[in-house]
Design a protein around this ligand. Structure first.
Ligand code: FMN
Length: 179
């Protein structure tokens, strides 16, 4: 069976982003039937209806990646109890023009890393709302709230969390294949 192509959309854009680190840990420990890839969301301009029908190359490239992906994995930081604007901007670009909502029925899952026990719960709740509105096929269980202060050190994800990552990715593959 072909491996599923999963596009990871990471809401952290700083070079030392915790969520970028989490993505690299997923790639490192991926034993599921999926291929992970990502793209840089900070290159997208702010969405504007003025350029919707003639968007710049960065947007065309991004929309192409979303179209080609079998599924998307949102990896979101939590900013002020919500998900970052850079991620919302990317989602908005994928949703327009309205008749070309690229998210419709797209298999998706949400995870995220922060420094504390809340582990991006607030950000994920807000993001779920948006995913539902856009008619994504969202995996609801298992949930993935990552407290990087407890589960990651300078060398990467600690034992125990590696197994969790592997279990999560294989559940996501199963979810996508079962649709
Ligand atoms: C503007 C801003 C708002 C934040 N708000 C929250 C928050 O609501 N909850 C939380 O747990 N952490 C919050 N944090 C801390 C982030 O969890 C932490 O900076 C984390 O490293 C962000 O992920 P990133 O490194 O991938 O960008 C906030 C950080 C910033 C810069």
């Amino acid at each position: 069976m072909n491996r599923l192509k999963v596009l990871a959309l990471i809401g952290g854009i700083s070079k030392d982003s915790l969520n970028k680190r989490l993505y690299h840990e997923l790639v490192k420990h991926n034993t599921a039937n999926i291929v992970l890839q990502t793209c840089e969301l900070s290159t997208l301009p702010f969405y504007s209806q003025d350029i919707e029908n003639n968007p710049p190359e960065s947007v065309v490239h991004f929309q192409g990646l979303v179209k080609e992906a079998d599924a998307v994995l949102f990896i979101t930081p939590e900013y002020n109890r919500s998900f970052p604007g850079v991620l919302k901007n990317a989602i908005d670009w994928g949703s327009r023009p309205l008749q070309n909502n690229l998210w419709r029925r797209k298999p998706a899952a949400i995870i995220g890393a922060s420094l504390g026990k809340i582990g991006t719960f607030g950000a994920q709740q807000h993001l779920k709302n948006v995913c539902c509105f856009l008619d994504m096929n969202l995996m609801h269980q298992p949930e993935f709230y990552f407290d990087a202060s407890a589960s990651m050190d300078a060398t990467g994800v600690v034992a125990g969390s590696i197994e969790f990552i592997q279990m999560y990715l294989s559940k996501f593959a199963e979810f996508c294949e079962g649709l």
